[in-house]
Design a protein around this ligand. Structure first.
Ligand SMILES: Cc1ncc(COP(=O)(O)O)c(C=O)c1O
Length: 406
């Protein structure tokens, strides 16, 4: 095995080529499809070799908690697509976020986090106060709020862009400038766009997080995550932590994700086109109060979206009206309940379109106050648009929406 974090030999090739070729490490058998190495440990020729490998004096695999050839191929391919020096895969997106927090923070440190992050992420940063790490939540799109939340103890900025579920866009260059000037690490969850639509490291982020469970798998099969950034951070701070804590991606899941990366670009573009089609239709529907989709010309941050993203992505959120929050919830639930094709499930990033009521599911554990700060109302519905024929999706949604107009 060569250097685990060796530079990408395909770096000059197009994204489409790297998506199917990068990280490929063929064994002596010459297999064409990447091999799946289901093994907990690796065998040494003698005791001296074992000692040298354990002591990191010679390269080579030791134990799959921290190194495995299938996982490594996934890590190298994803690093190539994100234009990162190095990547460590994890068992889930949440374990990637926790591992990053543990690698960067210690008791007494402070985090500034967007208030519009995934519900469990919000809860995790709140829980860190048990370990004397405190977090301030700010409006994703207001750089003045980020600047004024900074204290001498601030070590990390954390955000998602686009945000879940409202599709707000963070100005990465502005926030990275603010972070860099104060020695703060900017961590970006790139789950919604995936590297096929956005590469945050090229816009100034220091660390990228993935829930590979979403678009990278792309077919709703497995959980996975990843942390990407500079080699010094990944090798020096994340890998030792992974070795001792074990939130490791399994070889089987890494193999599924490697295959997911091969079709990622094609899926993201097709799903984005379907999402735009639905967003335009919803935008003109009389039962819809507001559509949140960065691919629409009316999105308040359209210019920034075009600068950072290759398309608006595949998530469309929209709001139905109502007299009060209870009525809004009843109307949103009735639209969801009348779908027959679209799946009612919390996951996103699948080829099958999914529908969710964020206020009572993905963001249901937040306090009402935190939900309000994040702008997640009872009338809000999130669609994660898949690969079905758009007219079939419109028909499925219109069953409930048309009744709201009656
Ligand atoms: C934006 C975002 N980040 C992180 C996560 C957590 O990922 P996982 O479910 O793989 O732990 C999710 C899950 O839905 C998410 O939507």
């Amino acid at each position: 095995m060569d250097d685990y974090f060796a530079p990408d030999p395909l770096e000059d090739l197009h994204f489409a080529t790297r998506a199917v070729r990068a990280g490929n490490d063929r064994s002596a058998f010459g297999e064409h499809s990447e091999a799946l190495y289901l093994t907990s440990s690796f065998v040494f020729r003698n005791a001296a070799e074992a000692a040298a490998r354990f002591g990191n004096q010679t390269p080579g695999y030791v134990y799959s908690r921290f190194s495995n050839p299938t996982v490594r191929q996934f890590e190298r391919r994803l690093a190539s697509l994100e234009r990162a020096e190095a990547c460590i895969a994890t068992a889930s997106g949440m374990s990637a976020i926790l591992s990053t927090a543990m690698a960067l923070l210690k008791a007494g440190d402070h985090v500034v986090c967007a208030n519009s992050v995934f519900g469990a992420t919000h809860q995790l940063f709140t829980m860190l106060s048990r370990y004397e790490v405190h977090c301030s939540f700010v409006n994703l799109t207001d750089e003045r709020e980020w600047a004024s939340a900074v204290t001498p103890a601030t070590r990390m900025f954390y955000l998602e862009t686009p945000s879940n579920p409202l599709n707000e866009i963070a100005n990465l260059e502005a926030l990275s400038g603010l972070a860099r000037a104060r020695g703060i690490t900017l961590v970006v969850d790139n789950c919604f766009c995936s590297p096929a639509l956005q590469q945050p490291l090229l816009h100034g982020a220091d660390v990228v997080i993935h829930s590979a469970t979403k678009y990278i798998d792309g077919q709703g099969r497995i959980l996975g995550g990843a942390i990407l950034g500079k080699r010094a951070f990944i090798e020096g701070m994340v890998l030792p932590l992974l070795r001792c804590t074990g939130p490791t991606l399994s070889a089987f899941n890494a193999w599924v994700l490697l295959k997911g990366l091969e079709t990622l670009r094609v899926r993201m573009h097709a799903q984005s086109a379907n999402a735009l089609d639905l967003a335009l239709w919803l935008d003109s529907h009389p039962a819809v109060r507001r559509v949140y989709y960065p691919g629409l010309a009316s999105h308040p941050q359209r210019e920034l979206t075009v600068r950072q993203q290759a398309s608006g992505g595949a998530i469309v959120s929209f709001e139905v009206g109502g007299n009060d929050p209870e009525d809004q919830r009843a109307r949103a639930w009735s639209v969801i309940d009348q779908t027959k094709l679209i799946s009612i499930t919390g996951n996103l990033g699948d080829t099958k379109t999914t529908i969710t009521h964020p206020a009572s599911t993905t963001h249901g554990r937040l306090t009402a106050q935190a939900r309000e700060a994040a702008g997640i109302g009872e009338g809000l519905i999130r669609l994660a648009v898949g690969l079905e024929f758009p007219e079939d999706l419109r028909h499925d949604l219109d069953r409930g929406l048309a009744r709201l107009c009656a």
